[in-house]
Ligand binder design. Structure first.
Ligand SMILES: [Zn+2]
Length: 136
């Protein structure tokens, strides 16, 4: 079981520069911590993600640090990515939506979330007046 405490224990502080090719993952509750690990396992080219939890900036979580925490998990997830593993359901259980700022040329990384609530939209960190939209 992956918890937010696990992610916090390996996260780099959010005040540093973002790792290259980083995406921001917005979580609504602690239970979604596992989805971050599953995402990293399923997207091998993604070396780090920026984790936000209910508006709190948790920091940057790098794949290699996650694998330090869960050597067994990473092995099993590796099998899952190749197919036919008991973890296949875990990989397909999480559906991330990609959200973007409507501002042209916005440098903010794409934001991934499992929820899109039109009544409570997420806002761009660089353009607080802009609401993030589903990437068509
Ligand atoms: Zn923006």
């Amino acid at each position: 079981m992956v918890t937010m405490e696990h992610l916090r224990s390996v996260a780099d502080p959010p005040d540093g520069p973002p790792p290259e090719g980083c995406v921001t993952m917005v979580l609504r509750n602690d239970c979604e911590a596992e989805a971050v690990v599953v995402y990293l396992a399923g997207h091998r080219s993604r070396r780090a993600v920026h984790v936000m939890l209910c508006g709190e900036d948790v920091g940057y979580v790098r794949r290699d640090r996650v694998y330090e925490l869960f050597p067994e998990l990473s092995k099993r997830l590796g099998d899952a990515v190749r197919g036919s593993s008991p973890l296949d359901p875990a990989l397909s259980a999480y559906r991330w939506m990609e959200l973007r700022c409507p501002e042209p040329q916005c440098a903010e990384a794409p934001v991934l979330s499992m929820h899109f609530d039109e009544d409570h939209p997420l806002r761009c960190r660089r353009h607080p007046g802009q609401q993030l939209r589903l990437d068509p």
